[in-house]
Design a protein around this ligand. Structure first.
Ligand code: 86X
Length: 741
């Protein structure tokens, strides 16, 4: 089955598991057309629309549909059949999160004050559209041969590239380009009315599920009882409640998708493997940048910017370096309709772009060291399953490239940078990492030594390479003929390094700390460290409201003055309970609730995101307590993550214990002979044994094989005569193994 609009098939495992293959689909269409049911698929086919069909358990509500399909590309819609006895019947198709109370819809349909819209009963529905409740979609107009129904569609839906709809049965969902949906309804003889939700005063948008725990409400001070607005919203039929409804433990992959979208970090895009970094995510990248940028400048590195494009001849100048990577290179071959004289690659990394200039700029020993960095995007057209942050086809990084007069100096740079990377993970993102050197098999072949920081994701039991720092030796210097006159007047080739850290680091942080309520952010990188939420009750007098408001503002200002990143959420169309959930999903480390009672007593209630702990603070104590607790949260997240990792970090001396440990999601230290053939053997055997076993994890995982993560710098004692765990030969070092991303 082709995917949408000429894109290649989504390789995302979660998508694949739901999709029907070509044959299944063809059979299904044929069968359905024969019995005259579900002819919508046949119609789509007839119209030449390319679509994708998903099979799933029956989903009678939008919430259920979201549960099974919420992670797919494309939007979901709410669909209702409404009827006014005098005016007519309307099939309403709107974005999943629209308010669909009959009043709002009547207004949008411009029916005038007298209209009396009702939900059509099942009989009417089946009579007019031949479809069951819970399986309605805009595709049902196909059955409205008598043109008895007016189709009304959300105007904003038209701006969405892909829409996911039930093809008149609710155990299937079809993904089609929105443009094709229009084509379809036209072909069925309908010209849809467009509903412009921007034209009516907004009812409160749907939000996260209110917390199960009763909101703070002490009857006297009027805590958080629902305001009138919230009541209206809660009673809206079919309201989508976007709470994170999968647990990290039960379905890690789906949990991750939910967390990154509900926290407003990521949005999807219609090129597989490309994602939008929304402000909440980008701000974290800026925090990492700010810190790392200052630190590398301390090491004498300067920022610069090199072009995005590489002429084919330049990229391929060093065929050996490129060889294994060639399939990942993305090319520009045309401008407008005409072919370019020479194809131009989009940088997958910048060695071949930068080093010709290094040759030009390095003439004398006085030109060394040359230490450049650039912050940029790169493109690698990967074919493995894409995962936002962890493996995307375009990503952001910094790449540093330096040239030195001696090996020692270059190696110092390699290690200084690796230490900074460790600090990014441990001190900013609160994720422990293991530093080490890559084996022959895993190192960057263009260099001599590859060093790495390796993180561990507790939820999936997989390891991730956090960042790398290479000692390139003189290899690139020789390849690019970089030569300079040394102090003695002779010719010398410089010693080079290169190193990079990417937006992958954000994904590691999310996976490491997130919980079943959503994101949990370490304070040092949280875009907002504190959110202040005034508990305003509708019944409060205007005067008291104003007093509470200015009290909340004062607390906010005080915190700001102490350089704390604080946000006052004074929106009046959300309940406090809604806001608690919203900011919990977004991972804000601390929440301060201020209600009328706090105003009287000069207090505020502080709630921690990491532990849920609640403390009432005296007003004067707020700033310094918040400062202190933010530090505590930062430390606590690191400690928790490290404890989880350490529990899974085991030593194995014999092969028989190796795969069982992998199945227990362990990272494994073994005595090893450190020979490539044996490393390959471990990969092969671990995959075989894991797939032969019962482990679901191994079979559904992208890779069941173990690979070496690194030879840790911190080596446990290796008493002479210790045998390698796989070859039985004498071990030369301890090596760290794991399944990895
Ligand atoms: C290796 C090496 C190095 C600077 C880093 O790891 C840090 C920052 N670069 C990158 N590498 C490639 O050389 C490469 C080349 C091509 Cl053509 C490609 F398509 C993908 C690549 N991926 C990694």
């Amino acid at each position: 089955m082709t995917y949408i609009a000429g894109q290649e098939i989504m390789t995302d495992a979660a998508v694949a598991s739901l999709s029907l293959d070509d044959k299944e689909l063809a059979k299904e269409i044929e069968a359905s057309v024969e019995v005259g049911e579900n002819a919508s698929l046949g119609k789509l086919k007839e119209l030449g629309v390319s679509f994708k069909l998903y099979s799933h358990p029956e989903t009678a509500t939008i919430d259920k549909q979201a549960e099974h399909l919420g992670h797919l590309p494309g939007v979901l819609t709410k669909n209702l059949l409404l009827r006014d006895k005098k005016i007519g019947t309307f099939l309403i198709t709107v974005l999943h999160d629209r308010p669909t109370d009959t009043k709002t819809i009547a207004k949008l349909l411009k029916l005038g004050g007298k209209a009396n819209l009702r939900f059509a009963d099942e009989e009417t529905l089946e009579g007019l559209l031949k479809v069951k409740r819970g399986a309605v979609s805009a595709l049902a107009v196909l059955n409205d041969t008598g043109n008895a129904v007016t189709l009304a569609m959300d105007k904003a839906l038209m701006e969405q590239p892909i829409v996911n709809l039930h093809p008149l049965r609710n155990d299937r969902t079809v993904a089609i380009p929105t443009a094709a949906l229009l084509q379809f309804v036209h072909a069925a003889g309908h010209e849809p009315t467009m509903l412009d939700f921007d034209s009516v005063p907004v009812a409160p948008p749907p939000g996260p599920v209110p917390p199960k725990e009763k909101n703070r409400s002490d009857s006297k001070n009027g805590g958080d009882k629902s305001t009138a607005v919230a009541k209206a919203s809660a009673s809206t039929p079919g309201q989508t409640l976007l709470g994170i409804d999968v647990s990290k433990k039960d379905n890690f992959a789906l949990w991750y998708t939910r967390v990154i979208t509900y926290s407003e970090m990521i949005d999807y895009y219609d090129i597989s493997g490309c994602y939008i970094l929304r402000p909440w995510a980008y701000s974290i990248w800026e925090s990492i940048q700010r810190w790392l940028d200052a630190e590398i400048k301390e090491l004498g590195v300067e920022n610069s910017y090199f072009p995005l494009f590489v002429p084919k001849s330049v990229l391929e100048r060093e065929k050996d370096h490129i060889e294994g990577f060639a399939p990942e290179v993305a090319w520009v071959t045309k401008s407008g309709d005409s072919d370019l004289a020479e194809p131009i690659a989009i940088r997958p990394t910048s060695e071949t772009i930068m080093y010709p200039l290094f040759k030009k700029w390095i003439r004398s020993h006085r030109d060394l060291p040359l230490c450049l960095n650039q912050w940029s995007n790169v493109v690698r057209w990967e074919f493995k399953d894409p995962t936002p942050f962890l493996r995307s086809r375009e990503f952001l990084w910094q790449e540093g490239h330096t040239a030195h007069a001696t090996f020692e100096e270059s190696q110092k740079m390699v290690m200084d940078i690796l230490d900074l990377y460790k600090k990014v993970y441990e001190e900013l993102l609160a994720v422990p990492v293991i530093q080490g050197r890559k084996t022959e098999m895993e190192r960057f072949p263009g260099g001599d030594i590859t060093t790495t920081v390796e993180a561990y994701i507790h939820g999936s039991g997989r390891s991730v390479q956090g960042a790398t720092s290479h000692n390139l030796g003189q290899n690139f210097g020789k390849m690019f003929e970089i030569q300079y006159e040394d102090k003695a007047g002779g010719h010398a080739v410089p010693w080079q390094t290169s190193w990079g850290l990417t937006t992958r680091s954000i994904g590691v942080m999310i996976m490491a700390h997130g919980d079943d309520k959503g994101l949990v952010l370490p304070p040092r990188v949280a875009p907002k460290q504190v959110v202040v939420i005034p508990i305003v009750k509708a019944s409060l007098s205007a005067e008291n409201k104003a007093a509470l408001q200015s009290y909340a503002e004062r607390i906010t200002t005080d915190l700001k003055a102490a350089k704390i990143r604080v946000h006052l959420d004074h929106r009046d169309n959300y309940t406090p309970g809604w806001k608690y959930n919203h900011w919990e999903q977004k991972g804000v480390p601390l929440r301060l609730e201020v209600g009328p009672m706090d105003l009287d007593k000069g207090t505020a209630r502080m709630v921690r995101r990491d532990s849920g702990l609640k403390v009432d603070l005296a007003g004067e104590a707020v700033v310094h307590t918040v400062l202190h607790v933010l530090e505590e949260i930062q430390a606590n997240l690191f400690a928790k993550c490290k404890a989880e990792r350490d529990k899974k970090l085991v030593k194995v001396w014999e092969w028989k214990d190796f795969v069982p440990a992998l199945e227990e999601k362990c990272v494994i230290l073994t005595p090893f002979v450190n020979e490539t053939e044996w490393e390959e053997e471990v990969k092969r055997r671990s995959r075989e044994e894991a797939l032969a076993g019962e482990s679901e994890d191994a079979r559904t995982a992208t890779s069941a094989a173990a690979k070496t993560l690194c030879i840790p710098f911190d080596q446990p004692d290796l008493s002479p005569g210790t045998k390698c765990f796989v070859s039985g030969k004498e071990a030369t070092c301890w090596v760290l193994w794991g399944r990895s991303y």
